[in-house]
Design a protein around this ligand. Structure first.
Ligand code: ADP
Ligand code: MG
Length: 624
């Protein structure tokens, strides 16, 4: 995980032993695990040679928990205790479920007062995080058996569109499974890595992922080894299952079936799926069904099947078109199309996608395994098994990059999860009249106070021409380049005085630490608000005093009687005393008192057409 830190000059990486790492594709329908062994990265099979682990968990009567194929076998007989497609509800609240629950075959705990929905099973209520943890444990165990060593860490893939809550839920699942997460990697990025596309200097890549029940299109921009997600799109209810459905409907018509009960429907869907998969390799296949007393048999050829799924493919291409529009790129500009997901094995899908993008899609790697393979390649790099020259991929900032402002507050310049490379600028101003230098403190983290964030660098902008407080305009630009290097420049806009610093990435902070920092930022939110308000009031109080002193020195004795002068001075001194002892509310009152006491004075100054007003702002600047 990239953490930006100042480099020690001449720092070298100490030699290290080999660490065992795995990549995990935690899928909606199926999950996989891949590792790198003797320079080759591939997915691992279970003891029966199966690479795909169905993402299904069964809570059995004997208190055991079954995962994968064994759980899948219980789906028909015990659907309520057999949880599938749990990825759809990861990081989702009760409210979000309303739209999903009619598609999910299990029951939710009705009176859950936490906002994490819990699924009702005979072994108690379980959250999506716990169900996912069972799948992760199973896969990690498979990897450890195969490597003969405990895993030092894993990379888990998530859809590019997963938000913070969904990513956090995935991390929590990994923690429950006792896994060290090097990082979460976007699924499309992993797929591109599996094909080695990150070795190209740059390019535009489309990742077409058609799974069992979901379709995702992601458009990535690769620039010097860094992936930026330009757009994502798709349909969360479109996939191979719909192809099965179309075949089942066709079978109902062919066999002249009237009533379809749940059992028959399941039988039809299974037959349909077998036929579909057979048609990937064969031009024609025979479907046989037992309908009560009668046997029914029919031949289905590929042309018929293609006819049934063309609309579905068209829908996916419409999503592609939308994503291209969002990314503001033309489909001819796409350099590579990577096919992901079991359903991209269907020849018609490959053909139509190729026609749409006008290029041959990449299909050499098994579309089921490509995401896990990419994750494992990344995991190996992150585990430190690659030379330093193998640059680490960064696609988003793990934590926000901030600047310290008056009062020890942290102001975000670039928010976390922003794709990199990125550059953002923000303007600041001076606090004191005649201020000629400004200290810039670069910090990283999510908390409101600098003291709770991680300090990255200090530097100074000197030679600012002396101006009234608030008149200087200092533009601070943060730029994170393709190598993950942060450079910060500060420039006084009027005079062009400049200063800069380069901050190098380091991978020192573990995800655990990042997690703790993120969690802290949530659990401390309330405290932080008071701390921030107080700090703000303190800054405001100092500013008011500064401005008042400067005004009084200029024309106080000219415009005010001695009594008026003394009165203003008194409330001013009272405010000054309060700064370090009062809470935000008290301080606010003291500031108000100073403002009230000096109202008449401000009016006199304005009448005397003095440009400098009490606010300390320069009149020219008011409309800036
Ligand atoms: P997910 O990403 O949703 O977990 P997968 O990528 O594992 O899903 O894809 C599962 C889908 O791929 C299923 O609908 C399955 O029928 C389909 N599939 C698997 N193998 C083939 C094949 N040989 N031909 C056509 N479809 C296939
Ligand atoms: Mg998938």
């Amino acid at each position: 995980m990239a953490l930006l830190q100042i480099s020690e000059p001449g720092q070298t990486t100490a030699p290290h032993q080999r660490n065992y790492a795995a990549g995990i594709d935690l899928g909606t329908t199926n999950s996989l695990v891949a590792v790198n062994r003797s320079g080759k990265t591939d997915t691992l099979p279970d003891s029966e040679g199966r690479h795909l682990l169905p993402s299904v968990v069964h809570y059995a009567e004997n208190g055991k928990i079954l995962v994968g194929h064994a759980a899948q076998q219980k789906q028909a007989s015990d659907p309520l205790n057999t949880i599938s497609s749990v990825k759809r509800i990861m990081g989702r609240g009760i409210e979000d479920l309303k739209s999903l629950s009619n598609r999910l075959p299990y029951e939710f705990d009705g009176n859950s007062d936490t906002h994490v929905p819990r699924i009702h099973t005979r072994q108690g209520n379980v959250s999506a995080i716990e169900v996912s943890a069972e799948i992760l444990k199973n896969l990690a165990h498979r990897a450890e058996q195969s490597l003969g060593e405990p895993l030092s860490g894993v990379v888990i893939t998530v859809p590019a569109y997963f938000d913070d809550a969904q990513r956090q839920a995935t991390r929590d699942a990994a923690r429950l499974a006792d896994l060290n997460v090097y990082r979460l990697l976007n699924e499309p990025t992993a797929a591109a890595v599996a094909y080695g596309l990150d070795q190209n200097p740059d390019g535009l890549i489309a990742i077409y992922d058609l799974g069992g029940g979901t379709f995702d299109i992601s458009l990535l921009h690769l620039n010097k080894g860094v992936f930026e997600v330009l757009a994502t799109g798709g349909d969360s209810a479109l996939g191979g299952d719909d192809m099965d459905h179309a075949i089942a409907e066709w079978l109902i018509g062919q066999a002249g079936i009237g009533e379809v009960d749940a059992l028959l429907f399941r039988q039809l869907m299974t037959a349909a799926r077998q036929a579909k998969e057979a048609l990937t390799d064969a031009d024609s296949t025979r479907i046989e069904l037992t309908l009560g007393e009668q046997d029914f048999s029919v031949e289905m050829d590929r042309a018929t099947f293609n006819g049934l799924i063309d609309d579905l493919i068209k829908k996916t291409l419409m999503s592609c078109r939308r994503a291209l529009r969002d990314a503001k790129i033309d489909k001819d500009e796409i350099d590579n199309v990577v096919m992901v997901g079991g359903s991209t094995r269907v020849p018609r899908v490959q053909q139509k996608v190729g026609e749409f993008f006008g290029c041959e899609p990449l299909t050499d790697l098994d579309p089921d395994r490509v995401v896990a393979i990419g994750a494992a390649i990344q995991a190996d790099v992150l585990a430190g098994n690659k030379p330093d020259s193998d640059m680490l991929l960064l696609d988003v900032l793990p934590l926000s990059l901030c600047i310290e402002t008056m009062g020890g507050l942290s102001e975000k310049i670039i928010a976390r999860n922003t794709p990199i490379p990125v550059a953002r600028a923000q303007e600041f101003t001076t606090f004191k009249d005649g201020q000629t230098a400004m200290a810039i403190h670069v910090v990283q983290g999510e908390r409101e106070l600098v003291s709770d964030c991680r300090s990255l660098a200090h530097f100074e902008l000197r030679g600012i021409p002396p101006m009234a407080a608030g008149a200087a305009r200092i533009k601070v630009t943060y730029q994170v380049d393709a190598d993950g290097l942060l450079s910060v420049t500060a420039e006084e806009v009027h005079s062009g005085v400049k200063s800069d610093i380069v901050i190098k990435p380091s991978y020192g902070l573990t995800d655990q630490e990042i997690e703790t920092m993120l969690r802290d930022s949530m659990s401390h939110a309330k405290e932080d608000i008071e701390a921030r308000m107080l700090a703000e009031q303190q800054v405001e109080a100092r500013r008011v005093i500064e401005a008042l002193d400067s005004a009084l020195a200029q024309d106080g004795h000219e415009l005010l009687t001695d009594e008026e002068y003394a009165n203003i001075q008194k409330v001013r001194n009272e405010l000054e005393k309060q700064i370090d002892v009062a809470n935000s509310e008290q301080l606010k009152k003291a500031i108000k008192a100073v403002e009230a006491a000096s109202e008449g004075y401000v009016e006199k100054r304005m009448n005397a057409s003095v440009r400098q007003v009490l606010s300390g702002k320069n009149i020219d600047q008011v409309d800036v």
